[in-house]
Design a protein around this ligand. Sequence first.
Ligand code: GUN
Length: 281
Amino acid sequence: MSLILDGKIVAQSVYGRMAEEIAALPIRPKLSVVLVGEDPASQTYVKSKAARCEQLGLQSETVRLPATVLENELYAVLETLNEDVSVHGILVQLPLPAHLSKYDVARRISAMKDVDGLHPENAGLLSQGRPRFAPCTPAGVVEMLDFYKIPVDGRHAVVIGRSEIVGKPAAQLLLQRNATVTICHSRTQSIENVAALADILVVAMGKPQAVDRNWVKPGATVIDVGIHRVAGKLVGDVHTESVQEVASAVSPVPGGVGPMTIAMLMQNVVRAAGLQYPRSN
Ligand code: GUN
C-alpha cells in the first residue's frame, strides 16, 4: 500500500503559513475573477475561489460576462481591472468560448496582476527559472512534493501532458528543482514504457483512469492532475487502486491536487498584493 498524498492537509499548512503574511500587509489583497459564460464546472470553481478568499480575509469579486461577449468588450473589462489600484490579482476562468483566444486574453492582463501565471512575461520568467507567478496547479504539485519531503533533485520526473497551464509549467518547476524531466504527450511512442522510467510521475493527460500499475515503476511517486465525472463519481487520470499496488505514494482524486490549486492561487494573490502595495497606499 502506498502513502496517500493528502492535498487538504498540505493546503491547510499553506494557509497557516499565509496567515502571518496576510496580517503583515498594510492592505487587504483583492482578487478579481472574470467568468465568461455559464460553464457549470467553472461556476463551481469560481465560487470555491471566492469562498476561500473570504475565509482568509482577502477581498474578491467575480465579474460575470455573457458567453457572447465581444473580444474588445472583454479587453475593456481587463483594462479597467488592470488600472484599478484596489485590484491586485486578476484571473480569467478557463475554458473560454471558442471565439476568444486564451493566449490573447492572457496578454491583456497586467503581468504584475496575472495570478494564473499565463501572461507570456510570467511564462518566460518561469522558463528562465525565476518564477514570479507560477501557474497554480503545477505549483501545487511541487508544494505537495515538498510537504511530503519527496526527493526531486537528480530524480527522473516524467510529466504526461504539455498544456500551457499544467504540463509545461510542471516540467519547468521540476527542472528548477534539478529533476531530469521528460515530457510525454498524445504523440509519444510507447508512452507506458516512458512513464515507467519515472521516479516522479505527474499525470495531466485528460483521460479518466488511463494510467494503471503497468505505467508505474515500483516505488515511484504518482501525482494525478486529472479530474473527471464518470457515472456520477469524481475520478482522475490515474487508476488509483491499481497504481497503489506498486507506487510508494499517490495523490488521490478528489482531495489531492485540487485543494492545492486554490491554495497556490491564494498565495499568488498575496504575493501580487505584496508586489503592488506601495502603489495602492
Ligand atoms: N480552469 C481550470 N483550471 C483553471 C486555472 O487554474 N485557471 C483558470 N484561469 N482557469 C482554470
